[in-house]
Design a binder for this molecule. Sequence first.
Ligand SMILES: *Cc1c(COP(=O)(O)O)cnc(C)c1O
Length: 356
Amino acid sequence: MALNIKIEKTTAPKAKPDWSKLGFGKIFTDHMFIMDYTEGQGWHDARIVPYQKIALEPSAMVFHYAQEMFEGLKAYKTADGQVQLFRPQKNIERMNNTNKRMCIPQVDPDDVLQAIKAVVDVDRDWIPEAEGTSLYIRPFIIAVDPFLGVHVAKQYMFMIILSPVGSYYPDGINPVKIFVETEYVRAVKGGTGYAKVGGNYAASLIGQEKAEKLGYAQVLWLDGIEHKYIDEVGAMNVFFVIDGEIITPSLEDGNILPGVTRASCIELLRSWGYKVTERKVSVAELYDAHAAGKLNEGFGTGTAAVISPIGELNDDGNKIILNDGKIGPISQKLYDNLTGIQWGRVADPFGWVEKV
Ligand SMILES: *Cc1c(COP(=O)(O)O)cnc(C)c1O
């Protein structure tokens, strides 16, 4: 049965922003989706209301023990004015995997897809149209019981907020410098690395800050046990091309976030006949491959940037430059095809696109 969503439209629509100065995550649309959870009752009171502040008790559990989760996906406007999502079912499936790890109740995948489409539809005129721009969709769930005991909550709020975002690459794609982090770790086997939760981000800020102070854009996170194998780059999954073979860390240890962009890159690359291997990759292997002239290119993948080429790695002062600091051919091909499918410029042979 379809979710019954009550819609209360704003009587005071906000002025639209300067579309040429959107940036990321600073501007919010006119509406938001909310649904409550109460133990014994399940999810209830699905509604779309004007974007507004929410009232919570200072004792609300999320503030103290971080029982929460989030997702991130985008709505794209095509040249002929249609609105489409990219593999939203994958985000919703991941949402329930995160919920399971965080002891948050499961959500109905059909209800969530309906809610995403409904709120995007209400704020359809907030989807920017310029090249590379989109509407960022942020579903999230927080534990709201007013209780300081450390326990699984009984009450939650599920919200979806929307933010028009600018092009990630307004000046063209420039490969970034990456700092290999050997002191701090982001996630460890048995932990929450595969779950999309704020706690992982809180734990990563110190490394990101350290890298920025040293003039690096992002951190290359290493495994939490041996500090030897690569996990992720910033908040992106990571790929390297060694001697023509494409390698990305495997998901089996549970410390890596299973990115929708990561999965899509693997599927696209394999469909083009490339060899893609998911396995452990050490920093030493990358440096050895570089010394042998076989480290062809490297890139991060994620919804925000799609593809972010790696121009330089710095491991404890030992710096290497990848592909002369320029975007490599595989990174470029992935970027062109993924963004082509997302914005409806190229055919979608996989059925990845979902119309709103
Ligand atoms: C969201 C996220 C990614 C990228 O996932 P996509 O589904 O491709 O956007 C990668 N790593 C981390 C830590 C993330 O939170």
